[in-house]
Design a protein around this ligand. Structure first.
Ligand code: XMP
Length: 525
């Protein structure tokens, strides 16, 4: 295991990902975790991340007392990156000072010593790296030497091979440091002797073992499938482990896309052989949403209704099985886990308020279900790899994200007004199919249509019309937190708008959303 202690750098997750891409398992925990948490994980290598702090401020975060002694006594390798390097220097008796020359952005460094973290690089070799620091090393701790300097003469890399401590002042994990990946690779495999064996197949086997040892033979497990990638992969994995003691529910809330229910149920049943109860609750949801225009109220109503249905499902199961289900499967991913426990002073905020209404449904407190979260150590692309091994169809794994409240946040205002939902479904299907036909689906993070509660004047077949306006939206994004609007060709816009106006009754105008996030959000409500 390569353990990363996070001091709040915006690049910390990137370090984890880079190392995992080398087939080495790595995990990030808070940089201020107690020593026991660190030693229990028994890492071979510990990486101290960068961060926005200066080691000089009183409350600057640091590793726990006894950490360096433990590392030295147990042959653990320690690599400090940026702030992490400065922590090593300061805590091991060197001096860090406020830099005379601050270094931000691309910078050339020169290798000063043949041994160390730079593999085949020799004294005098140069490489371009990405720097981002104000403080600098003034005096090295005992036993350390400088391995590289920046073109401005600032210490760029240090090491003490005898003590197994290393430090890079720059960020090897970002693509702006072109040799950074090679440095990490060399450090892990050649310096630390780590072996590459972390594969998705092993992750799957390991998770199945964990599930089987957690869930007793008489226990039953439930799972709410949203039709999205995460819950589907999580359920498929649990099903592989415990078979039909898993009970899934898929709720049609009347806010799904064109033929969504048929399409996802077919995948669940035919491709994945998952035992799924499909509940058609559209009437129930839509009657509660009638006349409601406030987006937050809509979201709350949907969340509450979902919980009621889920509760009923659990009670029905209890009657049928003669015992309560004991566990609930959730498709929580690693970024959600890390985001919920930001390191102190990192400036990162808890995203709970957003997440709680982003979840398909909270849980009734009195259900007292224990959680199974088999994906909680994985990133989205790793979940897709796992899904592939579990034979989840590729087309399904690549589906764009779809929000829990469904089309309710894409019909602005009252979702039950007129035939808004039906119009939106047809427009959305034409747009998505056109994107697929153009071979663009996989390069877009999310694309969809929005129904606007306004009418505009048009002319169709020599007749004046006063019909609906729809907006199309397509964005690219890494994680949905920020997004850029997608630029189609002129011909594409022209073609799709013609198709929509010619085949969807009641629409005479199509507009395209050209706002990024921020300032907009991806969904309109
Ligand atoms: P926003 O609109 O906040 O969306 O920029 C970011 C990403 O989250 C999705 N989203 C949701 N997903 N329940 C969900 O499961 C929700 O209530 C919800 N609201 C937004 C959105 O589609 C985008 O991918």
């Amino acid at each position: 295991l390569v353990l990363i202690l996070d001091y709040g750098s915006q690049y910390t997750h990137l370090i984890t990902r880079r190392i995992r891409s080398l087939s080495v398992f790595s995990l990030t925990i808070s940089g201020t975790s107690p020593l026991k948490t660190i030693t229990d994980l028994n890492p071979r290598v510990v990486i101290l991340s960068g961060g926005p702090h200066s080691v000089h401020t009183d409350d600057s975060p640091s590793f726990p007392p006894g950490f360096t002694e433990w590392a030295e006594a147990n042959g653990v390798f320690v690599l400090g990156i940026c702030y992490g390097l400065q922590l090593i220097v300061q805590r091991l008796g060197g001096v860090v000072r406020v830099g005379e020359k601050q270094e931000y952005g691309k910078m050339e460094i020169v290798v000063e010593s043949n041994s160390g973290v730079f593999g085949s690089n020799r004294v005098g070799d140069r490489q371009v790296v990405w720097m981002s620091h104000g403080d600098e090393v003034a005096k090295l701790p005992q036993g350390f030497r400088v391995v590289a300097q920046s073109q401005q003469g600032v210490v760029a890399a240090i090491e003490s091979p005898e003590r197994r401590f290393y430090g890079l002042q720059y960020h090897p994990e970002v693509t702006h440091s072109p040799g950074g990946m090679e440095t990490l690779r060399y450090f892990l495999f050649d310096v630390c002797g780590v072996s590459a064996g972390w594969k998705m197949e092993n992750v799957m086997e390991e998770e199945i073992k964990v599930i089987n040892s957690t869930v007793a033979p008489e226990d039953h497990v439930i799972c709410a499938l949203s039709g999205g990638v995460d819950s589907t992969v999580a359920a498929t994995l649990v099903h592989k482990a415990i078979g039909d003691r898993l009970h899934c529910i898929f709720v049609d809330n009347g806010l799904l896309r064109y033929k969504e229910q048929e399409r996802v149920m077919e995948t669940f049943e035919k491709d994945l052989h998952l035992p799924v109860t499909c509940v058609d609750a559209s009437e129930q949801f839509l009657s509660k949403l009638k006349g409601v225009v406030d987006p937050e109220v809509k979201r709350k109503i949907i969340g509450k209704e979902f919980i009621c249905i889920f509760d009923d499902f659990a009670h029905e199961l209890e009657k049928k099985l003669g015992r309560k289900p004991s566990y609930l499967v959730q498709g929580t991913l690693y970024p959600d886990v890390i985001e919920s426990c930001p390191p102190p002073g990192s400036g990162r905020t808890h995203s709970h308020t957003i997440k709680s209404h982003h979840n398909v449904g909270g849980l009734p407190k009195d259900m007292k279900l224990k959680l199974i979260e088999p994906l909680k150590l994985l990133f989205k692309d790793e979940v897709r790899q796992l899904g592939k091994i579990l034979n989840v169809p590729l087309g399904f794994l690549k589906r764009h994200p779809f929000p829990g409240p469904g089309l309710a946040v894409r019909v602005l205002g009252d979702v039950t007004a007129g035939n808004a939902l039906e119009v939106l479904r047809q427009v959305d299907e034409i747009f998505i199919q056109s994107i697929k036909d153009a071979g663009l689906y996989d390069e877009i993070w999310q694309a969809f249509a929005v129904f606007l509660p306004v009418r505009s004047v048009g002319v169709q077949g020599d007749q004046r019309t006063h019909s609906h306006v729809v907006s199309l939206r397509a964005v690219t994004s890494q994680d949905g937190m920020t997004a850029e609007w997608y630029y189609f060709t002129h011909e594409f816009y022209d073609d799709v708008s013609r198709k929509i106006c010619n085949s969807v009754r009641g629409v005479n105008r199509v507009v395209y959303d050209i706002t990024s996030k921020p300032p907009s959000t991806i969904e309109w409500e």
